[in-house]
Design a protein around this ligand. Sequence first.
Ligand code: G3I
Length: 389
Amino acid sequence: MAHKSHSEQTTLKSLVKLLPATSQGEPRHIGTAVMPDLLLDPVYANTVETEFDTVCVEHHLKWEPLLASKLARTGECVYDFTDADFIVDWALSKGLSVKGHTLVWHVTSPKFLEEKSANDLMEAVRRHIHTTCGHFYSRIKSWDVVNEALAPDGSFAETMFTKKLPALEFIEDCFRWAKTADPLPRLIYNDNKVEAVNAQKAIEMYQMLKILKSRNTPLDAAGLQAHFDASGTGLKRPAAPGLIFRQIEKLADIGLSTNISELDVRVAKLAGFDLDGKNRVQKDIYERTLTSCFRSTHFDGVTFWGFTDKHTWCNTFYWPDTPLLFDINFKRKPAYYGVCNSIMNVLNEMDWEGDWVPSSPVMTHSAASESAPPRTDLPDWKLEDHNVA
Ligand code: G3I
């Protein structure tokens, strides 16, 4: 087989089109989260249109941001779809698909729900799902229906919903209401720290999804967020590629396809690496993660949580960082080429399922020095990838 390569003219979406469809016959997608005000910047908008085939609404499709602000605290849901409509219509006018994010997430639901009785709360959620899915009827290709319903240990998170309603039945209801409101979109359960097959939370998520599927809940896919910190150690380390691959294959056993839903890779806290070194580690993580994912025929695509380091939630929620594929001047970074390589690796049938080892990192002099004592603050990329229950 002739070795395929990519060039400067290649875009992410042109590459991903080369991959075969999933086992469920879906074309693979490659998308980015977007904000409506940023789409007014022609460079930002042009990059989205050129590089991606899908956009995900990063903030403005959540319940509270959808409410007309003056009325949001009165206990009545009066909607203002202006911002979300702007993104959705812009995307459709450019021939891009839209991933809806997210119908039910306690963090961004209006606080007045806490005052409602169990029955009124159920009815409010049902109405919210019907109103929102109904408004975007036939315009949204897939929906993150329920987001982050699980606590870090995999038990149900205690939320304004689960304080009053039985958690599993509530999640099931949300999917059924979404299906009734608009039968076409693919319906997704989305969560964080569930990328590695052997993580406790991943195991519990699988059990939950298995029960939901056994009840014929209209659930099509799982979203693994993948907000990675390259310097994370222990439980915070990025999931090893082989473990993600196995998670995707395991979820396929219960009839689900899987997507990576919010990918970014923080590198600012990576000790001992200069800028080139950080870029190189980041490229490696993007490349190996997505090579493993795209190798699975049950993996339907990836959404990056933004694309330019100029605009990333990490700067606000963590610290100044450079977690994305383009720099602040919208120039392609090594990470971008790592993503291209991941697709080419799969097309060229290369086997990349392995441990984390950055391919010759460029380290600062002190870290690279042979006489330096062994470091204890470096991330433990070398994972026991084979030791899976
Ligand atoms: O738009 C307003 C602006 O008018 C106002 O001046 C400003 C002042 O705070 O706030 C702006 O809204 C912010 C919005 O992002 C847009 O920038 C909200 O305060 C802020 O809470 C919101 O944060 C988003 C967060 O979800 C909550 O919706 C982040 O951008 C977004 O990246 C983050 O995404 C989540 C996923 O949905 C679920 N998984 C985790 C991920 C990261 O937290």
